[in-house]
Design a protein around this ligand. Sequence first.
Ligand SMILES: N[C@@H](CCC(=O)N[C@@H](CS)C(=O)NCC(=O)O)C(=O)O
Length: 212
Amino acid sequence: MYKLFYSLKSASMGVRVMLEEIGAPYELIPTTVDMDRPRPPEQLTINPNGWVPVLVWDDGAMYECAAITVFLCDRHPEANLAPAVDDPARALYLQTLVYCSNSVQNAFQLTYYPDRFADTPADEPSAQRRGKRRLRETWKIIDDQIGDNEWVLGDRFSAADIYLFMLTTWLRSARGHPAIDEFPNVKRIADVVVQRSSVQLVYEPWIANPNY
Ligand SMILES: N[C@@H](CCC(=O)N[C@@H](CS)C(=O)NCC(=O)O)C(=O)O
């Protein structure tokens, strides 16, 4: 049984999709990404940053979404969500997850949390502007990487496609983010991933209203 500290609009939704795909039993522990509301003490003990996702299992716990993705897929190889350690596709799988985590997500953070990147409040709009440009740059790299491939890894679906889909749900025109239509290869994959029953279940609030 897994426990997942969970909040809508967050990366914990992507981890929940993985758990659904794996078919593992899990419990959601409600938490928040709202800066003005407290986190459960157990969440902060595991992740003093106060971020989700945080995953707990019988004899361990961890945070960082890309690391959780690798961990879960390796722990449940029968779900066939990731190339094995000796599979040549493993390199692109790891590269994409880490790039999404440290470059694409970082660009989102500049726009969502400019105070973490600017020395003074007066500098925050500059950080946000750079974040919007950085989103366009990093999504373009991923879009070009995908090219004409059916999936991120070519001809096989993987957790990297779920991760990619999750990040597309964070694009907000109201925040000045680029539109997904600017990245047609990403959009092609996201449009298929959203049809999976796991995604329909977890992302029902976003599907009903993408600006939820
Ligand atoms: N590098 C972390 C970042 C996680 C992250 O930014 N989580 C956001 C929601 S998607 C969050 O919890 N924000 C609230 C906060 O930063 O206090 C990861 O990939 O797991």
